[in-house]
Design a protein around this ligand. Structure first.
Ligand code: KPL
Length: 309
């Protein structure tokens, strides 16, 4: 049985992991952040904490509890995973021997496909997935800005069927240090599928055209491709019996691009910084689903292959 004061850890000190760790700390419910390596730990210690800025302005240094895998001296019963999808396997493998067999593991990240891999690694774990629209970004390695409020939903992965309503309520409460609010939903798959669809229709195009999200809307060629990407996703969704999950998808894609007009997508930022991207867990996931039922998604595929170079 989980408890709202259960001993949580957070894996991944990016913007979202740090956001949750910061508000948990402020609420007096410290969730230790597990850092990548010794070098990160040293940098964090030299800085003396995490610099936290809110949209209202004003920065404060928060002495969040942090550790690296080698320093973990207790087992992990509750884990919030905020690493990027492409880094999750390595990050979780580094702490695998500390994760209890039936641990609660909540994945809060872009992209799909990681839960299935984790299920194989942790057959008895209570796996959940979450999706957030909280706006946070990193100004520096340990300096985050909570730029805008959003919503966060979570629910059990389809392979986790034995969670009681009480457990869900307690997990939601533990993951909701004010002002963050995590709401349980029975259809997290739908939310994640829609998020994936939006990411598929925006992120690879921003890489192709090397542009900010909003600039796609002023580029007729990009707009045309965006519409075709959405048509392909709708076709696949229909074939999977998920037609109702993608209603008014193109409208939402345009809305997201307009709302985030001045942002560089996470994928473009990764490409510009020479880092590997989430493409295998975004368009790659979509293409695998499509090929498993014999459907070809030509435009999604051609954008996927621009990352081969
Ligand atoms: O979620 C995004 C990202 O940058 O990853 C956006 C661009 C807002 C939607 O695809």
């Amino acid at each position: 049985m989980t408890k709202s004061d259960a001993n949580w850890h957070i894996l991944g000190a990016g913007a979202i992991g740090s956001l949750w760790a910061s508000y948990a700390y402020k609420a007096g419910r410290a969730m230790p952040l597990i850092l990548k390596d010794n070098e990160s730990l040293k940098q964090y210690q030299t800085q003396g904490g995490l610099l936290f800025e809110s949209a209202a302005g004003g920065a404060e240094m928060l002495p969040l509890p942090v550790c690296i895998a080698a320093q973990l001296n207790q087992s992990i019963s509750h884990l919030l995973v905020c690493t990027k999808a492409q880094h999750t396997e390595a990050a979780i493998t580094a702490i695998a021997d500390k994760i209890e067999d039936d641990a609660y593991i909540v994945l809060l990240q872009n992209g799909l496909g990681v839960a299935e891999k984790l299920r194989q690694q942790f057959p008895k774990a209570r796996l959940l997935q979450a999706s957030t629209t909280e706006g946070a970004f990193r100004k520096d390695r340990f300096h985050i800005v909570h730029a805008g409020r959003g919503e966060t939903f979570f629910g059990p992965h389809r392979s986790t069927q034995d969670l009681s309503p009480d457990e869900i309520t307690q997990l939601a409460s533990a993951l909701s240090p004010a002002p963050l609010q995590v709401t349980a939903t029975e259809n997290i798959e739908k939310i994640l599928w829609r998020k994936l669809a939006v990411n598929c229709a925006i992120n690879p195009l921003t890489v192709k055209y090397r542009c900010r999200n909003g600039e796609l809307l002023d580029n007729p060629a990009a707009l045309q491709e965006m519409a075709t990407l959405v048509d392909e996703i709708v076709l696949l969704s229909k074939a999977l019996g998920r037609e109702s999950w993608v209603e008014k998808l193109l409208e939402q894609v345009h809305q997201v691009a307009a709302n985030t007009a001045l942002n560089r997508s996470s994928m473009l930022q990764d490409i510009e910084a020479g880092r590997d991207t989430e493409i295998s867990f975004i368009t790659g996931y979509l293409l695998k689903k499509a090929s498993s039922i014999g459907i070809e998604l030509t435009v999604n595929e051609s954008l996927f292959h621009q990352f081969d170079k």
